[in-house]
Design a protein around this ligand. Structure first.
Ligand code: PLP
Length: 382
């Protein structure tokens, strides 16, 4: 079986974890947590980061610290993993669903049109005329590691006074190589950024996440809230409702080891993407969705686009599975999930097409050319 995406743990991960265990520091206090935060901050070229239990926790705290309140709204893409949407509901707020563009990221042209034609600036904030609610933030997802159009998003969010939260859970290492944001990493451009180290992400801590913030005080607050909001750690004084969201030292030890491999993993993922592309190039019924030109993308996940009417996605997926190749469709669109089916949507036109015409191919770092040849051969008889 060729798996879709499995971790590779062949660097110093075991040494660092053994060290943490031998020293007895396995919980949230411990030197690997601060070391992982520091090394991630150095890598991302930001002053600091805060290590958490999951990407979802990072998104939840980002939204909380953006000041999103009950009954307010957050603009989100419909084509993404549900973990990007649920924290809005945790806060009693509501998502407004947007379409994707041809890179699968949030369609900024439609976003701009929505803000201009459907919203108005008021003393309370940006009013969504049809719902009567205040829109507080835009959450953008760098889908499959592909850099979203952050230049446009920054401009729109500053023009309409919205917070900008980046879900960079799939895009660690993706960085601008052109324009005014050249050198900036996905997740370090908006007001907040969230990373994930779940088992299927480009690097993993088993489960884990990280948050970045433009303002230092927000990051300090994130750490405070992630550790039960202790105002006096000795006598149990808490002046706010906190969370148990802090990363453990064991996870962080794994993370320090994985981070050492990140650039190598990006190289391999990029090589493998190009290899798939070369072996599929004469095959017109399918093609690999390109990554954007504005960035060095991490090439986390590969999207096979079915161009031909004669190719049925589900038939092809079961054929591949029967051939021993693990594949997945992209996510069921969030505005069609039962919890969100009554939420507002704006001109969702492309997302249903991509949702029904894309298959994610095996993309693990340890994939070899023979594996990819096998996948390509399995595609051909169809
Ligand atoms: C993985 C992922 C998350 C959640 O990260 P966890 O660490 O699993 O909580 C959120 N958003 C997207 C787009 C993801 O792919």
């Amino acid at each position: 079986m060729i798996p879709l995406s499995v971790p590779v743990l062949k660097g110093n991960e075991k040494n660092y974890m053994d060290d943490a265990i031998c020293n007895g520091w396995v919980s949230t206090a411990g030197s690997y947590v601060t070391r992982f935060e520091k090394e991630m901050a150095d890598y991302l070229k930001v002053p600091a980061t805060a290590a958490l239990q999951s990407g979802t926790a990072a998104l939840h705290l980002s939204m909380l610290l953006s000041g999103i309140e009950r009954n307010q709204e957050v603009i989100v893409p419909t084509l993404t993993f549900i973990a990007a949407i649920n924290p809005i509901a945790y806060l009693g707020a509501h998502p407004v669903f947007m379409d994707c563009d041809d890179t699968l990221n949030l369609d900024c042209v439609k976003l701009s049109e929505f803000l201009k034609s459907e919203c108005e600036k008021t003393k309370e904030g940006l009013l969504n005329r049809s719902s009567g609610r205040i829109i507080k933030a835009v959450l953008v997802v760098h889908v499959f590691g592909n850099m979203a159009d952050m230049e446009t998003l920054l401009r729109l969010c500053s023009q309409y006074d919205l917070k900008l939260i980046e879900d960079a859970t799939e895009a660690l290492g993706t960085r601008y190589t052109k324009g005014s944001l050249k050198g900036k990493f996905a997740g370090t451009i908006g007001d907040f950024g969230a990373y994930s180290f779940n088992g299927n992400k480009i690097i993993t801590t088993g489960g884990g996440g990280m948050i970045t913030a433009r303002r230092d005080e927000d990051l300090i607050k994130a750490v405070y809230l992630s550790a039960q909001a202790k105002d006096d750690p000795f006598s149990y004084v808490h002046n706010e409702i906190g969370y148990n969201y802090r990363m453990t030292n064991i996870q962080a030890a794994l993370g320090v080891g994985q981070l050492e491999c990140l650039e190598d993993y990006i190289d391999r993922k990029t090589y493998n993407y190009n290899y798939y592309k070369s072996i599929l190039k004469d095959w017109t019924d399918v093609s690999l969705l390109p990554f954007c030109e504005r960035a060095r993308n991490n090439h986390w996940f590969y999207s096979l686009l079915l161009n031909s009417k004669s190719l049925d996605r589900d038939t092809l997926m079961s054929h591949l599975r029967e051939s021993g190749i693990e594949v997945r469709p992209v996510w069921k669109l969030n505005h069609t999930q039962v919890m969100y089916q009554n939420c507002q949507t704006y001109r969702i036109e492309k997302a249903p097409f991509y949702q029904s015409h894309i298959i994610n191919l095996p993309c693990s770092v340890n994939l070899c050319e023979a594996d990819m040849d096998f996948v390509a051969n399995a595609l051909k008889p169809v």
